[in-house]
Design a protein around this ligand. Sequence first.
Ligand code: HPA
Ligand code: ZN
Length: 337
Amino acid sequence: MTTPASASRPPRAELHVHIEGTLEPELAFELAARNGVALPYPDPASLRAAYEFEDLQSFLDLYSAAMSVLRTEADFADLTRAYLVRAARAGVRHAEISFDPQAHLVRGVPLEDVVNGIAGVLERSEAEHGITTLLIAAFHRDRDSADALDVLERLLAADAPIVGVGLDNAEVGYPPGLFQAVYARAEEAGLRRTAHAGEEGPAQNIRDALDLLHAERIDHGIAVVDDPELVARVVAEQVPFTVCPVSNVRLRAVPALAEHPLPAMIEAGMLVSINSDDPPYFGAYVDDVDDAVTAAFDLTREQRAALAAASFSGSFLPPDRVAAYLAEVESWRVAGA
Ligand code: HPA
Ligand SMILES: [Zn+2]
């Protein structure tokens, strides 16, 4: 299953998507009924209408509450399958999907049920949806890092099929340095490393994620533009940044798409990809994000191809897979030249 070079969208990878953040209101109600869980909204439309956020925390509150419907291995499998079906329609060829083990452990959902539910579907994703996938375990930065380390040890002991680790949830007040031991352990175990940084927090968090956590990739990272020296460094090192412009607007990290630093990041020569983050919550899957930024910044086919190419170059795939996908992006680029 390859993307026809004549398609209106380039083949792309999605590197920044939280599986829990792909829960559509309709599925939330279906799972609530199946599990006998009450949601504090009468129907899916009312839940969707509540997706108006002031900041990251107001989103995290609703996002965490909605997770109460995810209880069994089958729930996680259904959630994952629904994302892959929609992502395939968006032209996604490769997805690096995060999940938040601690969000489920605190609710008494066994780690194996979460991992097996997601991973069981991902295993068949290439054959059934034409999407290669990798799984990332993300830790909550607003929880004790000892808990993150404990969960990491459990994932390693269970030989969970994860490619790497991430760091998410509230950023301000929880600097990357708190998670040095967790990331050192992940690195020692041969895991890849990404981290949310510079979403609501300062550019220094990006620097610390690189220097203290040895992060190989930065999620969001929009605060980088406040620090020209750091921009020069991440350009020189070609550190991948997984930017989520619609998420940033919906969580009011930037006032409007027209004021988003994406063009400045591209102009500087950074390795930037565009991503959805939590699609139903922000009303945009990655194809919708692509449409929005293409329109807002009048992106050329060349620029769209560069963003798509960066999504593969910034992935944790082996070099031969990256090269094969880059060739597909190149076919798409020249087909419209
Ligand atoms: O954008 C985000 N930031 C931090 N944590 C998150 N968890 C889901 N989405 C996000
Ligand atoms: Zn995110």
